[in-house]
Design a protein around this ligand. Structure first.
Ligand code: HEM
Length: 230
């Protein structure tokens, strides 16, 4: 059993993170031309717009919530005056609102990809896998937040999962911290790490190409024409 735990909570996360980094370097060097989310808007627009908007509006605060809950130690939050009770209320209510938005978006996007024939035919196997896996991860996250937390209110993930998570990044991994974590959280996290390993080989690479400078750039760009330069 301890061998399995060591694999799941130490070796597997490190493999996923290593593949995430090396995979991106490999993809960037060998396949820049296909570095895209490959739009299917010309086939179907309505569901795509709503689903994509819901998913992206939801996932950004959800990521913020993960940073607050996993990266920031409970004691630091308490020192800032945020008690465990306050944190929990915030995490469950705010987390659930944005989680439901994310889940609704993923349901729309996945049903669109599988039920509209032309979108399905345009989709690669990796598009399908990313869709289903994201839907599954978000569903298990919501299940843990709403159902498991309600059934086991004494469970506090900041006393085990969060410490285990931070220990990975300071290279002092400790699988024992995960021993008493409820199954739904465990499944959520394994699938969550899994998507990092798939990331560089899928449409998810588009995340690194969001044109952030678009928001602040000048409306009209003037460029010099080399030919007339003196
Ligand atoms: C990589 C490791 C990950 C870990 C350790 C992790 C951990 C957690 C934990 C502990 C919760 C429960 C929060 C609570 O009870 O208040 C949660 C919820 C959630 N997670 Fe993750 N997660 C990971 C990856 C992901 C990924 C990749 C996604 C989305 C694609 C995701 C989406 C969600 C959602 C939607 C919820 C429920 C709403 C919320 O609390 O924000 N998680 N996650």
């Amino acid at each position: 059993m301890s061998m399995i735990n060591q694999f799941l909570w130490v070796i597997f996360p490190y493999i996923c993170l290593a593949v995430f980094i090396v995979g991106h370097l490999y993809r960037y060097r060998t396949d820049q031309f296909n570095w895209t989310a490959k739009s299917s808007e010309f086939i179907e627009k309505k569901k795509l717009k709503l689903g994509s908007l819901m998913f992206h509006l939801g996932i950004i605060p959800v990521i913020g919530g993960h940073v607050a809950g996993l990266a920031i130690p409970q004691s630091w939050m308490e020192a800032m005056g945020i008690s465990n009770h306050m944190y929990h209320i915030g995490a469950v209510y705010i987390g659930s609102i944005f989680g439901i938005l994310t889940l609704g978006g993923m349901i729309l996007l996945t049903s669109r990809r599988f039920t509209i024939k032309n979108v399905r035919q345009l989709s690669s196997a990796s598009d399908m896998i990313v869709n289903v896996l994201l839907l599954f991860i978000v569903f298990m996250g919501m299940y843990s937040t709403l159902v498991t937390n309600a059934v086991q209110p004494e469970f506090n993930y900041r006393e085990n999962i969060s410490i285990w998570f931070r220990d990975l990044f300071i290279l002092r991994p400790d699988a024992a911290l995960m021993a008493n974590v409820p199954l739904s959280f465990k499944i959520h996290m394994l699938a969550g790490f899994g998507i990092f390993a798939l990331w560089p080989f899928t449409r998810l690479v588009h995340v690194w190409s969001v044109p952030l400078n678009y928001a602040g750039r000048r409306y009209i760009l003037y460029r010099k024409h080399r030919k007339y330069e003196s």
